[in-house]
Design a protein around this ligand. Sequence first.
Ligand SMILES: *Cc1c(COP(=O)(O)O)cnc(C)c1O
Length: 340
Amino acid sequence: MNRKTEDLDWSNLPFGYVKTDFNIRYFYRNGKWDEGELFSDENISIHMAAPCIHYGQEAFEGMKAFETKVGRVVVFRPEENARRLQKTCERIFIPEISEKMFLEAVKRVVSANKKFVPPYGTGASLYIRPLVIGVGPKVGLGPAEEYIFLIFVTPVGPYYKGGLSPVNALIVTDFDRAAPHGVGDCKVGGNYAAGLAGAQYGKKKGYPVVLHLDPKENNYIDEFSTSNFIAIKDNTYITPSSESILKSITNDSLSIIAEQKGMTVEKRNVEVKELSGFDEVGAVGTAAVVTPVNLIHYNGTDYTFGNGEEAGPVIKSLYNELTGIQKGDVEDRNNWLFEI
Ligand SMILES: *Cc1c(COP(=O)(O)O)cnc(C)c1O
């Protein structure tokens, strides 16, 4: 591959923003989407009365591209992100973005920035961030008449430099991220503003991640602020089924791998009191794949998992399998890699 980015220190990139050459933008005007165009400008100019900045009519997605050993550039399951974005858009009255348009946009923007796809073996990847915003002037509450669908990409470093590092989590019940029948199951910006209070509270108390319970009864486990909850008990993979959680594509993929390894997969209500019986717990999402959770603090009790120092064997093996597929080292038997 033709790279002119030797100055990038791939293995030490943070999970942050690094400028690339292009982003792609599609405009929706007069009831239809245009053909899309590549831009080099990193800024967007929108009307100060745009509904996205007042009323939060905004949706986003996140996925990653990888280079494999033989130099293919692949994106992990973007069709699933396309479907999830459609569901989110429908919920907040954003006009439909077809799967075809979404995948074409991903292909065009990754191709245009191919030199920023980190080399195989560095552990780094190209993070892909699609977003859609309601624009044009509007003062009263109502859906916008015009929209921008934009995708930018940015190379991000390996989440774990030396093996999976476990974290401690805190269950917060004073601040909910979602409401019953709200938009907790959609990837909309407002959920994250709502989640900031809990996350900052956790950080102040020394917990890097916080876990939310169901907003109705405060009795069932929902999810971490930006990742799903999984637990391993004997040969069973357990993950909450709830109306107020964002369905993680990483969680879905790990549960399929678990099933194919002969484990039982349970997607069901998970009561807080079950925490005392779990062998391993993880927080799962695109950024880290799995963050092992060593300890969860709730109401004066510390629930601990594993030996307290490293990830448990099941989470480790699920992690290795999924990241192996993404890098092309493990056979892609479920057809999860989308070729650029
Ligand atoms: C994005 C996100 C996840 C993880 O989803 P993936 O598809 O695995 O990246 C989990 N929870 C929330 C709240 C999220 O926003």
